[in-house]
Design a protein. Structure first.
Length: 267
């Protein structure tokens, strides 16, 4: 069994106060893109994960799946990494969700969703098709009907220092980033509800968790919307035309690793 495990970008992200469970309230638009890892899952005598020594999510996801299904974790998984690690693109979460889909033979959609929630906040999104509005801690999902006819340039800056997600949220709390949460949340929902063409994404507010000077560079190169994905450091720019996106990508290569991709509907 083999499938692609696509990356995601957060087209917008607003963050609120700390919840009783220690997580933050948030509202985000998840969008898959074509950059993807490859996952192979085969039946085996035990559980093994090969190809990416840094994995923890796939192994943990399959252990959770086995426990929920009442079976022994008996799969051999091979991960072919193409998504940059710890870049805000959800590569590990996508790998875990893809492994869950391939290995699952007994749980229904709701049960599999519950397993994914226990693995990580981004994992449930990758079990769904199409763009999704994530709320709560990001695991409560609503399907969105959003335009998909644009191109995406991804930049992982070579000078970026990746902070842990916990550190990024701690900095958010220290600067009282949750102030005005209800108003910002409601305004975000209104913008998302009124998106009818790609250019409307430009109305989304900037990412609450992370900023980058490279977003301005992407706009100067023709992007109609640019922001940081998740907790960073990846910066994305959206373009109407492939030729413009390709030119921008070539200009940005001196700043770090770049990719030209497009929205993807499913894994």
């Amino acid at each position: 069994m083999r499938a692609s495990a696509p990356a995601k970008i957060n087209l917008g992200l607003v963050v609120g106060p700390l919840r009783a469970d220690g997580k933050h309230e948030l509202l985000t638009v998840y969008q898959r893109v074509g950059l993807a890892d490859r996952i192979d899952v085969d039946a085996a005598a035990g559980l093994s994960v090969e190809g990416f020594p840094g994995d923890t999510l796939v192994r943990g996801a399959l252990e959770q799946l086995a426990a929920a299904a009442g079976v022994e974790p008996a799969w051999r998984v091979r991960i072919e990494k193409r998504i940059p690690v710890a870049a805000g693109l959800g590569g590990g979460s996508s790998d875990a969700a893809t492994a869950l889909r391939l290995a699952n033979t007994t749980l229904d959609a709701a049960e599999l969703h519950a397993v994914a929630v226990r693995v990580g906040a981004d994992v449930p999104f990758f079990l769904r098709d199409g763009p999704q509005l994530g709320s709560g801690d990001g695991t409560e999902l609503e399907a969105l009907d959003l335009p998909q006819d644009y191109w995406v340039v991804l930049l992982v800056p070579q000078d970026a220092r990746k902070e842990s997600t916990a550190a990024v949220y701690a900095a958010f709390d220290e600067r009282n980033g949750a102030d005005g949460w209800e108003e910002r949340r409601d305004a975000f929902r209104e913008v998302v509800a009124n998106v009818s063409r790609p250019r409307d994404f430009a109305q989304l507010p900037p990412n609450d968790l992370a900023r980058s000077p490279h977003t301005a560079a992407l706009r100067e190169l023709g992007a109609f919307h640019s922001d940081v994905s998740g907790a960073g450091p990846t910066v994305f720019g959206l373009f109407h035309h492939r030729a413009d996106a390709e030119r921008a990508r070539k200009r940005l290569r001196r700043l770090g690793a770049t990719w030209l991709t497009a929205p993807a509907w499913y894994g």
